[in-house]
Design a protein around this ligand. Structure first.
Ligand code: UT7
Length: 331
């Protein structure tokens, strides 16, 4: 693409989506052999039946590279045509460099720039919004936006209150800058809303880091406290994108929420007046894959033909920080 107009006259189109799950599928029954839990408790409280766990030696960048390749194929875009990679993860390969630069190297991309975004479970919406802003500002032309996690590596596998909830995986989308402002009836990212509130750190955090303990640490969560805030934080950002766009629960075609807990998804959809038939749910088979959960769910619903070109899709996430975010995208 050449001769782009000024920034306010661009928007980002979503050209394709891809995903990747590690081969090792771990069921609730498998977990019940390791910790004091049961299939019934996990299903009743969360809706989760199974999750995938990365193999030894399989890193976040490996999952991300698989998902990126699958998104590039779906978009019919060559890796060499990508000049921006924004990778959302809370489980990077190393403290630095950014995992995005490892993916850039894995894909053989020499042009442009790549960096990570850290917003835990809201990471994909933050990364999508960041890439959209870069494309609209004219800094890049074609972006890979990736959510990739190996949460299995930061779980305390003796803590039944957290280890049953999370899984590993990756999802990616390809964005391209296009002429003209975002418009209701044209394909593209219409509007996004991001929020954070740093006063809630102790409710969901990892108890290690380079600056504090010089260790990677383990995930700690006050689940009931997170649950209490989740639905209102989720509905706040969605009501904001509805207000900005004039859309609502009736006019969207699909709701692709962050997959943390079936009860949170159902309660959010109900509060927003979204028909349950429009809700894409994969938490039963993936668990909570943090930044990867939305593109994993999105890829599944595009792959099985539910989400089609022209559809209006609502993404939403909430997680550690607390952070939250929502985006409305016309395919
Ligand atoms: O993606 C980022 C955002 N994260 C989330 O959205 C997670 C939000 N929170 C939740 O999804 C839920 O709070 C949980 C699924 C984590 C927990 O469900 P809950 O209904 O809030 O249960 P609880 O923490 O109140 O625990 C109820 C009982 C407790 O026993 P007592 O005190 O009633 O005797 C727990 O010790 O369940 C017990 N329990 C378990 N029992 C069997 C906790 N974990 C387990 C377990 N298996 N794995």
């Amino acid at each position: 693409m050449t001769d782009l107009a000024p920034a306010q006259h661009r928007h980002s189109r979503l050209l394709g989506v891809g995903s990747y799950l590690p081969a090792n599928r771990v069921t609730n029954h498998d977990l019940a052999e390791r910790v004091d839990t049961s299939h019934d408790w996990i299903v009743q409280r969360t809706g989760i039946e199974a999750r995938h766990v990365a193999a030894d030696g399989e890193f976040t960048s490996d999952l991300a590279t698989h998902a990126a390749n699958s998104a590039l194929k779906a978009a019919s875009v060559k890796a060499a045509d990508i000049d921006l990679i924004v990778l959302a993860t809370a489980t990077p390969d190393f403290t630095f460099p950014a995992t995005a630069t490892q993916v850039q190297a894995n894909l053989g991309i020499k042009a442009g720039y790549a960096f990570d975004v850290q917003a835990v479970c809201s990471g994909f919406v933050y990364a999508l919004t960041t890439a959209d802003a870069h494309l609209r500002a004219g800094l890049a032309k074609r972006a890979l936006v990736i959510g990739a996690e190996t949460f299995s590596r930061i779980l305390d596998w003796s803590d039944r209150t957290t280890c049953v909830l999370f899984g590993d995986g990756a999802g990616a989308v390809v964005l391209e800058a296009a002429h003209g402002p975002p418009s209701k009836d044209q394909p593209g990212i219409l509007v996004s809303s991001l929020r954070s509130d740093g006063t809630h750190r102790e409710k969901l955090y990892v108890d290690g880091g380079p600056s504090t303990t010089q260790t990677a640490g383990h995930l700690r969560m006050q689940g009931r406290e997170v649950f209490k805030h989740a639905v209102s934080m989720i509905t706040d950002v969605i009501e904001d994108v509805f207000a900005q766009s004039g859309e609502n629960g009736d006019t969207i075609d699909w709701f692709v929420p962050h997959q943390a807990n079936r009860r949170i998804i159902d309660a959010s959809a109900q509060k927003l007046g979204i028909d349950p038939a429009k809700v894409v749910t994969t938490v039963d088979q993936h668990g909570n894959t943090s930044a990867a959960s939305i593109p994993l769910a999105f890829a599944q619903a595009v792959g099985d033909g539910r989400i089609k070109p022209g559809h209006l899709v609502l993404f939403e996430a909430m997680g550690g920080g607390f952070t939250s975010g929502a985006s409305l995208v016309r395919l």
